[in-house]
Design a protein around this ligand. Sequence first.
Ligand code: NAD
Ligand code: MG
Length: 388
Amino acid sequence: MPDQQLRRIAIFGSTGSVGTQALDVIAANPDKFSAEVLTAHGNEELLIEQSLKYNPNIVVIGDEKKYSTVKQALSSTDIKVFAGEKALEEVASMDVYDLMLAAIVGYAGLKPTLKAIENGKAVALANKETLVVAGDIVMRKAVEYRVPVIPVDSEHSAIFQCLVGEARNKIEKIVLTASGGPFLGKKPNYLVNVKREHALQHPNWSMGAKITIDSATLMNKGLEMIEAKWLFNLQPDQIQVVVHPQSIIHSMVQFEDGSIKAQMGLPDMKLPIQYAMAFPQRIPNNFPRLDFKKFNNLTFEEPDLRTFRNLALAIEALDKGGNLPAVMNAANEVAVYAFLRNRVNFLDMTDVIERTMQKIPFVKNPTLEEYFESDGEARTYAADIIKL
Ligand code: NAD
Ligand code: MG
């Protein structure tokens, strides 16, 4: 990707929290980026609005029932419209873009991202579930196709930024910071009664519904530990989590000499999104700046693994590896969407995940097909527990 040329971005998941913020970054830098592909699952109205504003080459609406609405609304343009799950993979395989921003939520992001890599396209990865499910295969393919995978998740972006210029130096450990979510300090007798609306209020970040619930249960940090393992080629015992409620330090790297580098800033996803899209360049912006006078008390504490058992389950999955992270991820997706529909309570989510992890047969070195199968089996089993 030559630096000075317009970088053509394919935003997979353009109507989401990450996707819309990426479009803001593109709008602010029309000389650097163009939105070449936009995709959405169900929100056809926003997809149409975005298409008319950014004039992409191609749009994909996941929900095939909405194809004619989108096609009709864009009939006076030359934007190509596709629909359905397969179309996501087909478009990811086309030579119409330079970098995919993988901003679909959940397992659904895995296949299009694999296609982008096989297509030799750089990937700015927001979709952490892709690495949780099949991180070994994704990263192996990225090496094989010489494709950079640049993290967008703020913690991983922080680590990535700390590692610039350190290619020859060994990492002793990384420290992932966690805000602790809206229920920091609470105990199970409180959590059993929390409602969807309450769990959707994150203190520091405004994000999509699924990741917001994952942040409230601390599963998000567990997914991020697994994501970090694959991105930075680490052993589980090199990955530490520390609760840092102010979300100013986005994560840290400790090197062999004991020196620690941290990346800091206000919690604003636009920065890691912009960094990943412009890498290796840094580009100016008008985002609010951190004022140390307003943050004179940065604090750190241990995560409460006895209360937030999802994090303990994720550490188990990280340690055992194989298909266990994929199984955990699938059960978690089912549990989170059931919680969002008021079908299970906050603590039930953990039981669903734990029972599914115990039930699905362990596979030590899964093929991609076996990862898909484990995902499917885990979803069916978890849905059965909840009686969906
Ligand atoms: P979101 O729910 O706001 O948006 C999800 C996007 O994916 C939407 O455009 C939606 O149309 C699309 N989508 C949903 N289901 C789909 C399916 N089955 N097939 C195809 N497309 C589908 O989610 P988000 O908060 O933007 O998060 C996106 C990803 O980025 C997640 O993996 C999340 O963990 C990660 N992430 C998000 C943030 C954040 O601040 N929101 C931060 C770090 C990482
Ligand atoms: Mg994060």
